[in-house]
Design a protein around this ligand. Structure first.
Ligand code: 13P
Ligand code: SF4
Length: 347
């Protein structure tokens, strides 16, 4: 393929007409001057994904022109994993980071899973290897391993069960009960591990991984914002340090924070998380004012409209997982997906 795809696309009157409704969705957060650059890419992505039978799964941290204008499904890690497991589409384009694409491939091994940029990683996933988990299991032979989904397939394959930020407490309690233990190994996020430990009686052995976006928020930030903006509500992701979670008004997964804002409509909100979250919510809820002490995730920001289009055009970059590793990892992810699901009635 020669040249960047966008150089061949023009903002014609037809493209302007075809994307007018989509612009209305993001007009609050995408300046009008930028639309002639985005619109031809959006029109072409939406045409090509239909032609190919592809779906685009986008995480809540994707930018508004991706999140609101080309995504078929949006959500937090758990919602995207559930969608990957049930979609009928032949091709999944993951607008998110590599571990999310791997999770989709693990759950849908017969589908083609594409990630628009192979370098879209995660500091948590990079903090631990399968060999590290094997050593932990040697050290604590009888304890179950609960693994945050922000990890590689190799690490998931060594685990008893995975979890996300939205079900971590329920997963820890369910595996401890099932195995009859009062302690579990929880990897790799040390802050999420502390935040889970604070909400349960189960003891936790943690790893030292940290999210490079959330570790930077401090309790002092919260006090300063509360002093400068009386009445502002502070929401935080549970990858933040424990004192931040203790001082915020609500902590939850990216979708749980979104839901909080939609339901409670606080007039002024501080979101201690990635910057696109506030943009994506405020695109649709213009009455809420977001104060912006956010941090960018450099990995999430590697995904752009131009790269999504190129991915659909060239079918790159295909995410593959060794079938033997995938089978073991799938058992851990499916075990997580079963937690919190109603049990079938017994007759
Ligand atoms: P969520 O599962 O809450 O969307 O979190 C994913 C993530 O990478 C947060 O940094
Ligand atoms: Fe990983 Fe943190 Fe980026 Fe989420 S925000 S993908 S945990 S580095």
């Amino acid at each position: 393929m020669s040249g960047a795809p966008e150089t061949k696309l023009a903002y014609t009157p037809e493209v302007a007409a075809a994307t007018r409704d989509l612009y209305a969705k993001v007009a609050n957060v995408v300046p009008e001057i930028e639309w002639p650059h985005f619109a031809p890419l959006i029109a072409e992505i939406n045409r090509l994904k239909k032609e190919r039978g592809a779906v685009i799964l986008a995480h809540n941290y994707q930018t508004p022109e991706i999140f609101h204008c080309v995504a078929d499904f949006v959500g937090d890690s758990l919602q995207l994993a559930r969608e990957a497991a049930k979609t009928d589409a032949k091709i999944i384009v993951q607008a998110g980071v590599h571990f999310m694409a791997e999770t989709s491939k693990i759950l849908s091994p017969d589908k083609t899973v594409l990630i628009p940029d192979l370098e879209a990683g995660c500091s948590l996933a990079a903090s631990i290897t399968g060999a590290d988990v094997r050593l932990l299991k040697q050290k604590y032979p009888n304890l179950p391993v609960v693994t945050y989904v922000n990890t590689s397939a190799d690490v998931k394959a060594e685990s008893d069960i995975t979890c996300t930020s939205s079900n971590a407490v329920a997963v820890v309690e369910s595996i401890a009960k099932e195995r009859g233990v009062d302690t579990v190994i929880f990897i790799p996020d040390k802050f999420l591990a502390q935040n889970v430990a604070n909400q349960t009686m189960i003891k936790i052995i943690a790893w030292h991984g940290r999210c490079e976006v959330h570790e930077r928020f401090t309790a002092e930030d919260i006090r300063r914002f509360k002093a400068d903006h009386p009445g502002a509500i502070v929401l935080a992701h549970p990858e933040c340090p424990a004192d931040v979670v203790a001082e915020c008004d609500f902590a939850g997964s990216t979708s749980a924070m979104t839901q909080y804002v939609i339901e409670k409509r606080p007039p002024r909100v501080v979101l201690l998380t990635e910057c696109s979250m506030a943009d994506n919510i405020s695109a649709q809820h213009r009455d809420v004012e977001f104060l912006r002490p956010c941090n960018l995730c450099p990995h999430m920001k590697r995904i752009t409209l131009a790269k999504i289009l190129r991915s659909l055009q060239t079918m790159q970059f295909e995410v593959k997982v060794d079938p033997a590793v995938a089978e073991r990892a799938r058992a851990a992810v499916e075990r997580m997906l079963a937690v919190g699901k109603p049990k079938p009635a017994v007759h």
